[in-house]
Design a protein around this ligand. Structure first.
Ligand SMILES: [Zn+2]
Ligand SMILES: [Zn+2]
Ligand SMILES: [Zn+2]
Length: 348
């Protein structure tokens, strides 16, 4: 399986042709016949060649050269490229035989266009070719995928380089990548923690850090957390101010429309946070942030577009200050979900 490449041994690529006597002529073999011992193709078959076979071969773009191996195989020469291909007589009589030489040249040309070097065919699966990627690593890919890469419709991702990237991601979190998932799920890997414990972890969780070592308990749920306030506009049109905890509160900010509704929602949120602040000073940065948002909304409503641009600039600077002021909260309990909500003001 392709996703197991970093642990499974790689079969060597095979060539599409063998050399036959006299003078080491290339004889291309159809993909289904490449696993036969090359020796079996070296003997001619001594039977007669019927005139009708020769006629059929011509009508299909080939010269019938001779019989080979056994009573059911012949050698055809392609009218287009002059390459010799071994074919079953049955295929010649009942179908359009393909020239393995033309096909091979096409595969090499597409690989070149895709920026790869074609190394040969996969001995186990006829739809796969083996290629050298620009990074120098060997990759196995379906021919159709290489065509899409050559057309610029997708990109090649080298598993070896990629697992290097994955190993780095893991190392950043104190884990070592050990290999692919023994249960065969391509989204999981086996890692070893700094404490020595081996664990099966989804790669996406390793990247985000949202998991824990089952042996020593170090990880996401015991990490420091931040509180955040975000304004959201949902596709349904509902506008919400959300307060919560997050280990990584950075979000992609998108511009939102401004109206008096925003202002009233922010003011409602400010009242909630003011209430919470009485008991717990940890809400102070959030309180300041909401006040700042309210000032911004008031400015915007009062002064129109020009003031809005100025306020936006001012807010960008102020936002940075707020972010650093937020800092880390004390450790919270391990059973706390990542996005719990201490308070929430939302539109009815
Ligand atoms: Zn040909
Ligand atoms: Zn690579
Ligand atoms: Zn551990």
């Amino acid at each position: 399986m392709a996703h197991l490449t970093h642990t499974s041994p790689k079969p060597a690529p095979i060539r599409p042709h063998i050399y036959i006597a006299p003078s080491r002529t290339k004889l291309y073999l159809p993909r289904g016949s490449r696993n036969h011992a090359p020796k079996s193709w070296t003997r001619d078959y001594p039977g007669p060649i019927k005139a009708e076979w020769t006629t059929v071969a011509r009508s299909k773009g080939f010269d019938l050269i001779r019989r080979i191996r056994d009573k059911s195989h012949v050698v055809l020469r392609c009218h287009t490229c002059s390459a010799l291909t071994a074919q079953k007589l049955y295929t010649l009589r009942t179908a359009q035989p393909a020239c393995a030489g033309c096909r091979h040249r096409n595969i090499v040309a597409i690989a070149q266009k895709a920026g790869l070097e074609f190394l040969g065919y996969d001995p186990e699966y006829h739809k796969l070719g083996i290629y050298r990627a620009p990074c120098g690593h060997t990759v196995r890919r379906q021919f159709g995928q290489i065509e899409r890469i050559a057309d610029g419709r997708c990109k090649l991702r080298c598993e070896t380089c990629h697992s290097g990237k994955e190993a780095e991601e893991a190392a950043d979190r104190g884990w070592r990548l050990q290999g692919s998932d023994p249960e065969g799920n391509p989204n999981y890997r086996i890692y070893r923690h700094g404490c020595g414990h081996r664990q099966r972890v989804a790669r996406t969780n390793m990247r985000s850090g949202r998991f824990q070592c089952a042996a020593c308990g170090e990880g996401w749920a015991t990490a420091p957390s931040n509180i955040y306030a975000i304004r959201l506009e949902l596709p349904s049109g509902l506008r919400v101010v959300k307060l919560g905890f997050s280990r990584d509160p950075r979000i992609n900010r998108t511009s939102t429309r401004t109206s008096g509704d925003d202002l009233s929602r922010l003011q409602a949120a400010l009242q909630v946070v003011a209430f919470l602040l009485v008991d717990d000073p940890v809400y102070a940065p959030l309180f300041e942030r909401l006040e700042e948002e309210i000032r911004h909304e008031e400015d915007t409503l009062a002064n129109g577009a020009q003031a809005r641009a100025r306020a936006l600039l001012a807010r960008t600077g102020a936002g940075l200050k707020t972010k650093s002021a937020q800092g880390g909260m004390p450790h919270r309990s391990a059973n706390h979900p990542d996005h719990s909500e201490p308070g929430q003001a939302r539109a009815p």
